[in-house]
Each structure stands twice: as C-alpha cells, then as structure tokens.
Design a protein around this ligand. Structure first.
Ligand code: E4P
Length: 217
C-alpha cells in the first residue's frame, strides 16, 4: 500500500520524504488554509520535494470553473493531480481531464455507488473518507471493502485512496481491506513506528550493553 501524506506543511513532507515514507501528498482547501500559504506556491514547493502524485483541489463547483481551475493547477508541475468533489459536475470534469491526460482524484466519496461513478468517469484515484463515516457511526472500512470488491469485479483501474485516516488502527484496517493508497496525517504516520515493547526492549538491551563496557566504534 502506498503512503500519501495528508498535509500542506513542507517541513513535515520533507522530513518524511527523507525517511522514505512519502509516495505522494494530498491537500485540500482546509489544509491549504491551515498552511497560511498561497495555493500555487505551496503546491509547487511540495511537487519539488516529492516526485510522487500531489493532489491539489479545485474550489469551483460549476463544470467550467472546475476545468479552468484544474488547468491552472495541472500546469504547476508534472506530478499535480487535480482533485474534484464527487458531484455530477465533478464527474463531468473528471471525464474531460482524463481526455486531456490530466490525472484526477475524486474526493468526498461516502458510498460505493459514488465510487462506481468515479471509476466509470475515469478517475485516477477515488477518495473514500473513512474517519468522517466513523464519526457518524457508519463503517468506513466496510465502504473500502465494498469498493475493492466492485473495482475488482469489473477490472476498474481507479486506485482506492483511503482518506480521512485518524489512527494507526485505520491504517492497518485499510491495508487489510485492499486500499491501493492511504493518505495519512503526519502525526499518525509517526505513531505507526511506536510500540511500547520496542521501547522497553531497547531500554533492556542498552542497560545490558553498558554493562559489557564495549564500544562498536
Ligand atoms: C484527503 O484527501 C482528505 O481531504 C482528508 O483525508 C480529509 O481528512 P479529514 O476528514 O480528517 O479532514
């Protein structure tokens, strides 16, 4: 499963990229707002840090507006993926972008039928929002399992990009459900390496090692 980082913070992206943990990046209007930076500048900079796909979301809701904004975003760098919301206009824009050779991430997906439509329209990625479904007592993982089954039934090549990941457990669950990609907040990626038995194991080994008086260097 590929790891995308769900942030527009350059420092975090750079650090995780250096650790080999970044296959791509996703942003959305809220994350751009949180960065406090100009969308074009920040997307260009992210694209210079990682060669992987970088999702940049349109703000327009009408088809013409989505196309105009998507064209601007796509020209920022070769690895930009234009993100559009899962509406009929978004699906129409998806078809157009596909015909123009522009990659598309269809976002705000909350049902298997929506995912089916996105694949039919030619989406490169579909983003089901796991955490936001769990927040309202629905089953985000089950949605990913259903989309996996549907895409496999019909050999759709749209990649399932599990989004709105809130915990390390979500990462395991979407990997087991067969998501192609998980887009994960930096804090959750850092937590994935943590285990109390690893920490206590290191402590024990170091204590015994000091007792030997040896040095490797
Ligand atoms: C990524 O593409 C989504 O915009 C993001 O994962 C949404 O996460 P949230 O539900 O935590 O805001």
């Amino acid at each position: 499963m590929k790891f995308f980082v769900d942030t527009a913070e350059i420092k975090d992206i750079r650090e995780l990229h250096e650790a080999g943990l970044v296959d791509g990046v996703t942003t959305n209007p809220s994350l751009i707002a949180k960065s406090g930076r100009d969308i074009k500048e920040v997307i260009k900079e992210i694209c210079s840090v990682t060669p992987g796909p970088v999702s940049a979301e349109v703000a327009a809701l009408d088809y013409e507006g989505m196309i105009a904004e998507g064209e601007v975003l796509a020209k920022l760098a070769d690895n930009v993926v234009v993100k559009v919301p899962l509406t009929l206009n978004g699906l129409k824009a998806t078809k157009t972008f596909k015909e123009r050779g522009i990659k598309i991430n269809v976002t705000l997906c909350f049902s298997a039928n929506q995912a089916l439509l996105a694949a039919k329209a030619g989406a490169t990625y579909i983003s089901p929002f796991l955490g936001r479904l769990d927040d309202i007592n629905l089953d985000g993982v089950e949605l990913i399992e259903n989309i996996r089954q549907i895409y496999d039934n019909y050999n759709f090549d749209t990649e399932i990009l599990a989004a709105s990941i809130r915990s390390p457990n979500h990462v395991t669950q979407v990997a087991l459900a067969g998501a192609d990609v998980a887009t994960i907040p930096t804090a959750v990626i850092r937590k994935l390496a943590d285990h109390p038995l690893t920490n206590s194991g290191i402590e024990g080994f170091l204590k015994d090692w000091k007792g030997t008086g040896q040095s490797i260097l």
